[in-house]
Design a protein around this ligand. Structure first.
Ligand code: ZN
Length: 255
């Protein structure tokens, strides 16, 4: 019990701190989200004190989150995009204060698929054991994204929710692909490898990326060697079974 109290105190004390450089700050764990822990635990206002760039979701799994240049956007299951107030809460998110340390330009006569872009990023950021924040501003002949509908209690596991996800396939859109490449060792905590979201330049389209193609754009990478995780002592998290390997569930959810 003493331990719990001191953790709570630390969370409160750190609530307004600005993260040091190259820090990926994460709310909750991906396995908790897979298990249906969807209650918002941090306001987006507080999230923004940890980073101006990132991805996640909202209280009750109400759509996909995009944090870009310090603005929090929500892509609802109907495909609409909304700027969110700072008192909105998130059950799972990852953010950084984005400062590019590697840059690249992509130009191709033929569309390059997302796998090709991943391998170009891998060439630029060879150390697979660090966190890489990825920003790619470009044009996209095809962009396939999804969002998820708001859930009611008792919350179903995420693998069941995505059976009802809505998928949008856009053509010839311009915008920003953003997210993270996380190391393999974060399995259970975050998504190993690539997890990317999209928002269009006009801020009218977006979502969790399933696939895309591009012919040109600007790539910026921010290598992060610090990792800060914020957990909660609420009951929903306390009773979640986080002892099992949820790799298969994650595959169903991400693809
Ligand atoms: Zn996502």
């Amino acid at each position: 019990m003493k331990t719990l109290i001191s953790i709570t105190l630390i969370l409160v004390l750190c609530g307004c701190a600005t993260a040091p450089k190259n820090t990926l700050t994460q709310v909750s764990t991906i396995d908790a989200l897979l298990a249906g822990v969807y209650d918002g635990q941090m306001t987006t206002g507080e999230l923004l004190t940890h980073g101006n760039f990132g991805i996640g979701t909202f209280d009750a799994l109400d759509g996909e989150m995009i944090v870009l240049d310090g603005t929090v956007y929500q892509v609802l299951a109907d495909g609409t995009v909304h700027v969110m107030p700072k008192d909105t809460t998130t059950p799972f998110a990852a953010v950084v204060n984005f400062e590019a340390d590697k840059n690249g330009k992509i130009q191709s006569k033929d569309p390059l698929n997302s796998q090709k872009i991943h391998s170009l990023i891998d060439d630029l950021a060879e150390n697979q054991n660090l966190f890489i924040a990825i920003r790619f501003d470009g044009t996209f002949p095809t962009m396939k994204v999804r969002s998820v509908p708001r859930q009611k209690k008792p919350y179903p596991p995420l693998a069941d929710v995505v059976k009802h996800q809505t998928v949008f396939e856009y053509t010839n859109v311009t915008g920003t692909v953003l997210g993270f490449r996380c190391p393999a060792f974060v399995k259970g905590i975050n998504v190993p490898s690539y997890h990317l979201h999209f928002i269009s330049d006009d801020r009218k389209l977006g979502g969790h990326i399933l696939d895309f193609s591009t012919m040109d754009g600007t790539l910026q990478l921010d290598t992060c060697n610090r990792f800060y995780m914020v957990l909660t002592d609420r009951e929903e998290f306390a009773v979640a079974d986080l002892s099992q390997d949820r790799t298969h569930e994650l595959e169903k959810v991400e693809k």
